[in-house]
Design a protein around this ligand. Structure first.
Ligand SMILES: NC(=O)c1ccc[n+]([C@@H]2O[C@H](COP(=O)([O-])OP(=O)(O)OC[C@H]3O[C@@H](n4cnc5c(N)ncnc54)[C@H](OP(=O)(O)O)[C@@H]3O)[C@@H](O)[C@H]2O)c1
Length: 238
């Protein structure tokens, strides 16, 4: 059974990705700070395919132990760097601790975890998917710090694709547009209407819309795709 590590698998997009991958026969390892009912239900639905770990992606001290435990099994085929924190504040209103936290969760922790993942894939290859954001492509008021972290993932992904392509490791980004998840629940109806009007397909995405793109990049159907970006935003940015 091919195994895929997903960060932020407790809800939203991460939970949807865990669901589509488990349904396709993958073994799924999730990390998040909490184990939700949604994740427990998924584990019941796919016995033996979901392994959920409570781990804060910024707790680097725990990585060594975590990765040596998961390497005891078969190693990893895939990694989906999905965990993230929202940050909506215009630049001059945010304090340094908030800025640090946003960059730490959304970029630095991804780089640190990818180091461990890549080491484990060095002999058998694998597929890595970084979840960026349409905010990295389009200027959006209030999202400058979040956008900087998410844009960092685009450059990181391309460089990883070049550095480790010869080892059979692929690295790609998925760029979601607005999805109906906890991260966007603070957007009021007026804001949602503006997003719908700007989106070619006329609606916000759901986590499942984007999860299928991630599944494609994890699977061998995308075996010649690396250093690429898939925009899954319903035409918000076209
Ligand atoms: N929703 C959107 O409109 C949208 C648009 C563009 C891009 N994205 C991107 O899509 C991805 C998924 O977003 P979403 O909407 O599904 O977000 P979400 O519903 O807020 O879920 C975020 C996930 O990240 C986990 N997480 C957050 N901080 C963590 C930490 N320090 N350690 C471990 N896990 C942590 C959360 O789990 P715990 O709270 O249990 O730790 C949760 O599982 C993110 O990368 C986001 O930036 C979202």
């Amino acid at each position: 059974m091919k195994r895929v590590l997903i960060t932020g698998g407790s809800k939203g997009l991460g939970l949807a990705v865990a669901g589509v991958l488990a349904a396709s026969g993958y073994g799924v390892i999730t990390v998040s700070r909490s184990i939700t009912e949604g994740l427990r239900n998924l584990a019941e639905r796919y016995p033996g395919r979901i392994e959920a770990h409570e781990l804060d992606v910024c707790d680097y001290e725990s990585y060594q132990d975590f990765f040596s435990r998961i390497r005891l099994f078969d190693g990893l085929h895939g990694f989906v760097a999905n965990a993230a924190t929202g940050y909506a504040r215009i630049l001059t209103l945010g304090g340094v601790p908030d800025i640090r936290n946003c960059v730490e969760v959304n970029l630095t922790s991804v780089i640190v975890m990818a180091r461990h993942v890549v080491k484990g894939m060095m002999h058998g290859g694998g597929s890595i998917v970084f979840i960026s954001s349409v905010a990295a492509k389009n200027g959006t008021v209030g999202l400058s710090v979040y956008a900087a972290a998410k844009a960092g993932l685009l450059g990181f992904s391309r460089a990883v694709a070049r550095e480790y392509g010869s080892r059979g490791i692929r690295a790609n980004c998925v760029i979601p547009g607005y999805m109906d998840t906890d991260m966007t629940k603070s957007i009021d109806e007026h804001g949602r209407e503006r997003i719908r009007r700007r989106t070619a397909l006329g609606r916000l995405g759901c986590a499942g819309d984007v999860a299928d793109c991630v599944k494609y990049l994890i699977s061998d159907d995308s075996r010649f795709v690396t250093g690429a970006e898939i925009v899954a935003d319903g035409g918000f940015s076209c």
